[in-house]
Design a protein around this ligand. Structure first.
Ligand code: NAP
Length: 291
């Protein structure tokens, strides 16, 4: 299945390489041209002149772009040239409404859309071990599963269009809580004068162990916040959660509200492009140690 990918950022760049290793990669496109050249040189994939050209030459088009408006912009561009029965798989994290809008645009052209947000971070994209949460037509998912297996070790069908993104919203809210818990607990441990690398090693093996602690714990202690997952993108995801919550409840969710405020403050201080673990800056600032 001739596969093309649009968006060669932290996630999409590695996805392109994994589609190449499994011999599916045909074409690539990135908005700023600098990112496509090195990947083309490594893989031999053709660099498309435009998203439309890529759509006209590929049966499967994978998107990995930033925000709702970016997905819709790319889908509209693709729709001008897509062949009937082609499949668009969007791995970006956006709202369920955007997924439904994208699916409707492509349906008009006789093409299919699957919302397939991913989890597992840049490491998961690099190792081809992402978790995919899929929404759309299950038969279409079955058709493209062999290709998606290049980037994912787990692919779950969640339900109709938008369900993948709704599942991802659950994931992102949970990730916010984990970030809050890990960064807060680490500052507490530091204040008690513990050897925190030893603490991370042993805590990781017990009931409080988690992916974020394993992959970011020691980097946080070393003051390294290289993304990973950009704080500004997680802020975007939590804003999506907030708007999706309004559709189902009048409640506000404390972790959601608190993390949005914290991230906004960090973005105002210039930390938006750091990893989400940069929340530790704020925990340090807020922690008043007893003299
Ligand atoms: P990133 O490194 O910032 O890359 C974003 C990509 O989107 C770039 O290739 C960028 O092109 C492209 N893009 C943005 N706006 C565009 C537009 N209007 N038209 C065309 N291309 C556009 O972000 P990332 O970390 O790879 O994340 C990509 C998506 O995956 C996001 O939705 C994110 O929430 C999600 N995600 C990220 C992670 C993670 O750990 N990083 C994990 C799971 C899901 P330029 O190069 O021209 O800027």
């Amino acid at each position: 299945m001739k596969t093309g990918i649009i968006g060669l950022g932290a996630m999409g760049g590695y996805m392109a390489l994994n589609f190449h290793y499994t011999e599916y990669l045909h074409m690539i496109w990135n908005r700023s041209p600098g990112k496509a050249g090195p990947i083309a040189a490594k893989t031999g994939a053709k660099v498309a002149d435009s998203p439309a050209q890529l759509a006209s030459e590929c049966e499967l088009i994978v998107l990995s772009v930033s925000r709702d408006k970016d997905v819709l912009q790319m889908v509209r561009a693709i729709a001008t040239a897509i062949k009937p029965d082609s499949v668009v798989v969007d791995t970006s994290t956006v709202s369920a409404d955007t997924a439904r809008e994208a699916a409707a645009i492509l349906k008009d052209k006789g093409a299919h859309f699957l919302d397939c947000p991913v989890s597992g971070g840049v490491e998961g994209a690099k190792n081809g071990t992402l978790a995919v949460m899929a929404g759309g037509d299950e038969k279409i998912l079955e058709r493209v599963k062999p290709v998606l297996s290049a980037i994912a070790s787990n692919i779950a069908y969640i339900g109709p269009t938008g369900s993948g993104q709704a599942c991802k919203a659950v994931n992102q809210l949970m990730a916010a809580g984990i970030n809050q818990a890990v960064t807060e607990a680490l500052i507490f441990g530091q204040a008690m004068g513990l050897d925190m690398n030893k603490v991370v090693d042993i805590v990781s093996l017990g009931a409080a162990g988690n992916w974020f602690l394993d992959h970011r714990g020691k980097a946080i202690l070393a003051g390294e916040y290289t993304p990973g997952f950009k704080l500004s993108l997680h802020h975007k995801d939590l804003s999506i959660c907030q708007s999706m919550l309004k559709n189902v409840s009048e409640n506000s969710l404390p972790i959601l509200e608190m993390t949005l405020l914290h991230y906004q403050r960090l973005m105002d201080q210039g930390y938006g492009d750091e990893d989400i673990s940069a929340l530790f800056h704020l925990k340090k600032e807020q922690f008043k140690q007893k003299q």
